[in-house]
Design a protein around this ligand. Structure first.
Ligand code: ATR
Length: 281
């Protein structure tokens, strides 16, 4: 790539960005759409994250993504905040506005819901959903499900107090279920989502029985290495519709790419295969 004086600059700020999938993802779209742009991995220490974000307009950047562990700190640095980011309490996307101010957003909730729609088409949001896990990913997904109008949410986590704190904070009548009762809690749900790290390569599988789920239900996993977790194989063997974690990663990147580079990018088989080629253990 030969950069010009007009190259639009963006990137991802994190502590250790060498494993970030985002440069490959945005790089694919930049090439595919023939955009004079660059998306760089930007390793930034915790002490310097505020300084680095504030320097974006001076450096001529159109914006950046922010990843662990800087998402909460970025929340405090931006000038304007989109509502979903405010609710999630973390910023993963920053856009430098024409007047040089910084707008923070969080596209994780959007990514989850957009991917769900993409994978299962007509997704019925009129049944209960069960979310396993109570970390940052669970928070974004719960907010996405609330915004999508899901009528009842159940939340279960190994450490119950974390699930209770999250349910209280989101204040939406989320029912906290004991971790040991997770297999019973799937009954009557239209959607089950794993947001824990269980099932990830090197971790134990998530043990949950899907027997009580109805045949129309959808099972989603945010783990994407491996793409087909034991949870998804069990669901597939039962003929249930499955949503893997790669799609969420790809879809959450679309709004930021569109805001920075002025082009609505597509998530398709070509992109999935390109990303998968780099995910194989
Ligand atoms: P993130 O912010 O990316 O979601 P996290 O905060 O580390 O990551 O959350 C990881 C989730 O996986 C948590 O819900 C965690 O449960 P705890 O809150 O009890 O730690 C869950 N998790 C990780 N290892 C687990 C295990 N062996 N059994 C059950 N849950 C596990």
């Amino acid at each position: 790539m030969i950069y010009t004086g007009k190259t639009k600059l963006a990137g991802v700020m994190g502590l250790s960005v060498s494993h970030s999938r985002s440069p490959r993802l945005h790089g694919y779209w930049l090439e595919r759409y023939g955009i004079d742009g660059a998306y760089l991995p930007l390793a930034v220490s915790e002490e310097r994250i505020a300084q680095a974000i504030k320097a974006l307009p001076a450096l001529g950047f159109v914006g950046c993504n922010v990843t662990v562990p800087h998402k909460e700190k970025a929340f405090a640095v931006v000038d304007n905040m989109e509502e979903t980011a405010r609710r999630i309490g973390a910023v993963n996307t920053i856009v430098v506005e024409k007047n040089g101010s910084l707008t923070g957003s969080n596209t994780d909730a959007y990514g989850f819901i957009a991917n769900l729609g993409d994978c299962v088409g007509e997704w019925r949001n009129d049944q209960a959903a069960l979310v396993l896990g109570a970390g940052g990913a669970a928070r974004a997904i719960l907010i996405g499900l609330l915004e999508a109008g899901v009528p009842a949410l159940r939340l279960t986590n190994r450490t119950r107090s974390r699930a209770e704190a999250l349910a209280d904070e989101l204040a939406a009548g989320i029912e906290v279920v004991a971790w040991d009762a997770r297999s019973d809690a799937v009954a009557g749900c239209g959607l089950v989502v794993n947001t824990t790290t269980l099932g990830m390569v090197g971790k134990e599988p998530l043990e949950v029985s899907l027997d009580a789920l109805d045949d129309e239900a959808v099972v989603a996993d945010i783990v994407y290495v491996p793409l087909e977790t034991a949870l998804l194989s069990t669901a597939r063997a039962r003929g249930l519709r499955c949503v893997d974690g790669l799609g969420m990663l790809l879809h959450q990147a679309r709004p930021s790419f569109a805001a920075w580079f002025g082009c609505e990018p597509e998530v398709d088989e070509g992109l999935r295969n390109f990303m998968l080629a780099d995910l194989m253990p």
